[in-house]
Design a protein around this ligand. Structure first.
Ligand SMILES: C[S@@+](CC[C@H](N)C(=O)[O-])C[C@H]1O[C@@H](n2cnc3c(N)ncnc32)[C@H](O)[C@@H]1O
Length: 293
């Protein structure tokens, strides 16, 4: 018999919220790092609502396709590949097979770069994003640094399929090519060079999370035995592109904070080389200034 307490009936839990709780448990059992978040995001995606609106989905409208996407996530397919979208700072980007899914730790690298460019007080700052992938870094800088001229380069044709969609209608000038010899026409003119290049040591392949190892392109992840092959080359590219006093910002693995700043030495024409932590206080990116003549 129904119990009445103070004239109100306890509201029954909606079907969708009960299914989300069950899906959360399944994802947790599969080793997904953020099971509640992903179960809710996928419920919102399938039902075409925002996460905060899940309670408003009527029981009769529960869509059984929810269990299909939960099964894919259980297999560790990235959440962003299933929904086709990734969030980065104030952007929503299109992503899928062939392109690296932008990561939250890169947002703090971009935050530092924005502050650095603003401090330069240049009217139309010239910015280059090497290894742009989805275009996340380049687009964030174009959006958040007024009057910036942002150039981006990417090698992989598979990645460019997504980059082109994302940069369409933006101020980002995109080129296909190798970052190591990119933009010879901008030599000595750039205010800021930024890159989140591949940096995982080949020796760490087995420790990489399944979402990255099985779905991010290999070209986006690995760079030689110690992971620093491309960064060593990008040091030369950045030096060639920057004007004297211009700044380079390079993301690296949290184990490489003691190595990357040492690539940007005074002998090679750099000043103020330093390393910086991300929001989890882990070493995350190196910066340096091209020395004045
Ligand atoms: C770790 S992902 C980063 C993508 C993007 N910058 C981001 O932060 O989301 C590295 C990217 O570098 C690209 N890449 C690797 N080697 C390259 C090279 N020599 N020249 C240009 N792009 C390269 C890969 O295809 C991949 O898109």
């Amino acid at each position: 018999m129904q119990q009445f307490i103070g004239g109100r009936t306890p509201s029954p839990r909606s079907v969708l919220l009960a299914e989300v709780a069950q899906a959360t448990q399944r994802l947790a059992d599969a080793g997904v790092p953020s099971p509640r978040n992903d179960a809710e995001e996928l419920a919102a995606f399938v039902h075409g609502v925002k996460r905060g609106e899940l309670h408003s989905v009527k029981d009769a409208d529960f869509d059984a396709r929810y269990w299909e996407v939960i099964a894919r996530r259980e297999q560790r397919e990235p959440l962003q590949h299933i929904t086709g979208r990734a969030y980065f700072r104030y952007l929503e980007l299109q992503v899928g097979p062939g392109v690296f899914v932008p990561r939250p730790e890169t947002e703090s690298v971009v935050g530092w770069a924005i502050d650095a460019v603003r401090a330069m007080d240049v009217v139309e700052p010239c910015i280059v994003d090497l290894c742009t992938g989805s275009g996340a870094i380049a687009l964030a800088l174009a959006q958040e640094v007024p009057r910036s001229r942002v150039h981006a380069v990417e090698l992989s044709e598979d990645a460019l399929h997504w980059t082109r969609k994302n940069v369409e209608g933006s101020r980002v000038e995109l080129r296909q090519g190798n970052a190591l010899d990119a933009f010879p026409d901008l030599d000595g003119q750039v205010d800021l060079v930024i890159s989140n290049p591949p940096y995982i040591p080949l020796t760490e392949w087995e420790y990489v999370a399944p979402e990255a190892r099985d779905y991010d392109p290999e070209l986006a992840l690995f760079s030689g035995e110690d992971g620093l092959d491309l960064i060593r080359g990008l040091e030369r590219t950045a030096h060639r592109l920057l004007r004297p006093g211009g700044v380079v910002v390079i993301e690296h693995a949290d184990t490489q904070g003691g190595q990357v700043p040492w690539i940007f030495t005074e002998e090679r024409g750099w000043a103020d080389a330093a390393d910086h932590p991300d929001l989890n206080n882990r070493p995350r990116f190196a910066t340096a200034r091209k020395a004045l003549p």
